[in-house]
Design a protein around this ligand. Structure first.
Ligand code: NAD
Ligand code: DAU
Length: 353
């Protein structure tokens, strides 16, 4: 049956991958993509679907009550998938305020609008609707060398970014508990793949290798992250939307834990062997560590596997090669991002119509 989605943050990394994924997978859908186009939003990520009638783009801030209300009035949404966020931990350490605004207040604004527009009676909502909050494993804090985060691990965020995401999760859960709003929260580990802004570890290291710049590794580089190819995350969100039990949290991860320095060396090795033999570990530079740096994240994805049959399909060794090849084949995309010209794409595109 045809579904109308509000996808927020759809011009960012995971949001744009999700839009591509849904448009390929489902014929009969309408995706209303709302993005403020902060530094992290890039409509070039969506160039191939900007003329697709099933995708409508609206530039708006999720905190803007009037603008968002107009969209809820105009479209009869079945699903809200909330990707929109400030997403970079280092930026949150320098400037936390915008993280509280967008990640917390923006989410509360969307919850209020979903509740208002979907409620049809006392604690009763339009059939089939769902609010999905795209959250992160960082809300659980850090692990020692043993154990994994499960859905019942207490929230213990450390950075301003993860504190804002945990706050948003608590609001989402509160709207489920108090108002019975149908919802899910997914908490995913580190994503990598096409269209990721090169402030994040993997695209930064790929770009620096391809342009032979230094590779800044924070501290000893032995911090562990649990890496997931972005398409696997998109498939998990799609599945949770349609089949997840309302009110439930689902952890998404693939048992792909790697120390940061291993990631950096894997990229160097691939670029050295397949692209440029002059690239070597001499480019690595250990720099001052991130403040409050979480030592290890590791997701236990058993619940989503048992309940929904989800498992990652792309192993890290394949995903990292696909990703490096993608950045190599999209040097223009990277050039536009690093020069800042991507931010003019929207104006140019509309000027040409
Ligand atoms: P991103 O920074 O690449 O994209 C965020 C998008 O949100 C951008 O397009 C930006 O313009 C938009 N945005 C920011 N503020 C907005 C506002 N006020 N109103 C409307 N749009 C706004 O982030 P990402 O890596 O794609 O992450 C997407 C979501 O997934 C985030 O909620 C993040 O917390 C979560 N997440 C990310 C990862 C990861 O590894 N990248 C892992 C788990 C969860
Ligand atoms: O775990 C999920 C989270 O993953 C998401 O919620 C966040 O939105 C996303 O940004 C990501 O957070 P991280 O802080 O883990 O990602 P980042 O790519 O910034 O850093 C990954 C690791 O690499 C981290 O331990 C810090 C380290 N690092 C990062 C950069 C940018 C470096 O050593 N050098 C660097 O230059």
């Amino acid at each position: 049956m045809s579904k109308t989605y509000l996808v927020t943050g759809g011009a960012g990394f995971i949001g744009s991958n999700f839009i591509h994924y849904l448009l390929k997978k489902h014929q009969d859908i309408l995706l209303v993509n709302v993005d403020k186009l902060t530094y992290a939003g890039n409509l070039e990520n969506l160039a191939s679907v900007m003329d697709d009638k099933r995708h409508v783009f609206a530039q708006a801030d999720i905190c803007d009550k009037d603008a968002m209300e107009k969209l809820f009035d105009l479209y009869d949404f079945d699903y809200v998938v909330n990707f929109a966020a400030e997403s970079h931990v280092d930026r949150s350490i320098k400037d936390p305020d915008v993280f509280a605004r967008t990640n917390v207040m923006g989410t509360v604004n969307l919850l209020n609008l979903a509740k208002k527009h979907w409620l049809i009676g006392e604690d009763t909502y339009k059939p089939g609707v769902k609010f999905q909050q795209v959250s992160t494993d960082e809300v659980y804090g850090a692990l020692g060398s043993e154990g994994f985060f499960t859905e019942t691990t207490p929230l213990s965020p450390h950075s301003p970014y993860s504190a804002s995401k945990a706050s948003a999760d608590l609001f989402v859960q509160a709207y489920g508990d108090t108002y019975k709003l149908p919802l899910n929260i997914t908490r995913c580990s580190n994503n990598y793949g096409p269209y990721q802004f090169p402030e994040k570890l993997i695209p930064l290291m790929i770009n620096n290798c391809l342009t032979k710049k230094q590779l800044p590794v924070y501290g000893d580089g032995m911090q562990v992250r649990d890496w997931l190819y972005v398409e696997d995350h998109c498939r998990a969100i799609d599945l949770v939307l349609s089949k997840g039990r309302p009110g439930e949290v689902y952890n998404v991860g693939g048992h792909n834990e790697r120390p940061n320095v291993f990631i950096v060396k894997s990229i160097i090795d691939y670029v050295h062997d397949s692209i440029d033999p002059s690239v070597s570990e001499a480019l690595i530079k250990h720099v001052v560590d991130r403040k409050g740096h979480d030592r290890r994240y590791g997701i236990d994805p058993q619940k989503i596997k048992d309940e929904l049959g989800w498992e990652p399909e792309t192993m890290f060794e394949d995903g990292i090669k696909l990703t490096i090849r993608w950045y190599l084949e999209h040097r223009e995309w990277m050039e536009h991002v690093t020069s800042g010209s991507y931010q003019k794409y929207y104006e140019q595109m509309y000027a040409n119509r």
